[in-house]
Design a protein around this ligand. Structure first.
Ligand SMILES: *Cc1c(COP(=O)(O)O)cnc(C)c1O
Length: 384
């Protein structure tokens, strides 16, 4: 049975490779890249994204949980994998077994790993996190130096890296500089005690764009790999951003076009009344696909190269848009929710603004109902 998609995402893996090259051009060949592929490769499909990245110039992967790590291990037994979040107690054995690098914030965590690894006659390479201002994981700088020294003395643990995480790199330069200074102090203090971690890393995508003066020896970009730029209050976006290409286009189709008279209400709850006679298209995407309900009466989509605004509330499987100005719009037309049509394009950043959220959430919110199609897709007729 041939199946036709109502809503699908076309993922351009070549764009991901090119984005890595662009990042490489900026950071140089000496700096390592831990490519962050958590949340199903930011919604692009973990398996395909990780395979693609293995063919480009990255040095390892950052994941949020063991399931994600195991998908990558299924592709390759060797690639360095950093668990960005904490490991659950029940996971220690598997983490050691599979050679995944945990991030630790306390001596208790590190000791548990040492005990487990010792019992298994193995050793485990850990990254110690320093909390310089994010307030999430990590030891506070005052305690980090002692922690790192003690971790180095544990029998079955080796120190693979020391890291921190920026909280507001796209918004607040002085807070970011403060974080850098705190991290530098810790690094100086451990060096003073004769410890030289093989890896030092701090930069997420925003720091890569806005905090170029302090990259350490490895960076941890996520969003930029997928060609999406973190925009904040800081203005000057570096030369890198225009050269990145969004890897994901999200599409659906026009199901029906009809004319409505002035005064007619649309969708649940009557949040929209036609101010004049209009042509309205019903499109095949809804919040069940991850298209935010917050897009109601605000967001735009592209049909026949024209921007069309969402009218009324987005429903679970469908939404309505204004096609009064779109000559020839008809059932079956392709609709771009994210991506290009003719001269127009809608970026994840723009959709995020309409929905009162951030591009990370736009991408990771696209649900499993939306098939990810790779390579040059036939779009609406692909699949089986
Ligand atoms: C998600 C994450 C990143 C990547 O963040 P982007 O803003 O997408 O570049 C880097 N480091 C850590 C610890 C993360 O959790």
């Amino acid at each position: 049975m041939r199946c036709f998609y109502r809503s699908w995402a076309e993922v351009d893996l070549v764009a991901v490779c090119r984005n890595v090259s662009e990042i490489r051009t900026v950071i140089g060949s000496e700096t390592g890249i831990i490519s962050v592929v958590k949340a199903d490769g930011y919604g692009h499909g973990l398996r395909e994204i990780a395979s693609t990245l293995m063919e480009s110039q990255v040095d390892g992967f950052g994941v949020a949980n063991l399931g994600e790590a195991q998908v990558i291990r299924g592709l390759d037994p060797e690639w360095p994998i950093l668990m960005l979040g904490t490991c659950l107690g029940e996971e220690l054995e598997t983490v050691v077994e599979e050679g995944i690098m945990p991030t630790v914030s306390t001596l208790d965590e590190a000791t548990a790993f040492s005990t487990m690894a010792g019992r298994m006659k193995r050793s485990v390479a850990v990254h110690v996190k320093v909390d310089t201002g994010m307030g999430r994981l990590g030891a506070v700088p005052d305690q980090a130096v002692d922690l790192i020294e003690r971790v180095c003395r544990l029998p079955a643990v080796t120190l693979a890296g020391v890291c921190t995480h920026y909280a507001a790199a796209e918004d607040d330069p002085s807070f970011s500089r403060g974080q850098t200074e705190e991290f530098d102090k810790v690094i100086r203090a451990i060096r003073h005690r004769g410890i030289e971690p093989p890896m030092l890393h701090a930069s997420n995508s925003a720091a890569l764009l806005y905090e170029r003066q302090q990259e350490y020896d490895t960076v941890r970009p996520g969003l930029l790999l997928y060609g999406v730029v973190p925009k904040g209050r800081r203005a000057a976006v570096r030369a890198l951003s225009p050269r990145l290409k969004p890897a994901l286009e999200w599409k659906c189709r026009v199901a029906l076009v009809k004319s409505i008279p002035k005064g007619k209400p649309l969708s649940y709850g009557h949040t929209f009344y036609a101010p004049r006679p209009m042509r309205v298209a019903t499109i095949t995407v809804g919040y069940g696909d991850g298209y935010f309900r917050a897009a109601s009466n605000r967001a735009e989509v592209l049909i026949r190269g024209k921007r069309c605004r969402i009218l009324g509330l987005v429903t679970m499987d469908q939404a309505m848009v204004d096609v009064t100005h779109v000559a020839g719009a008809q059932a079956g037309d392709e609709v771009a929710l994210l991506g290009c049509q003719g001269e127009e394009r809608i970026l994840a950043e723009e959709l995020a603004d309409w929905c009162g959220t951030i591009p990370w959430e736009i991408l990771t919110n696209i649900t499993q109902r939306v098939p990810r199609v790779y390579g040059k897709a036939e779009g609406a007729t692909a699949g089986s």
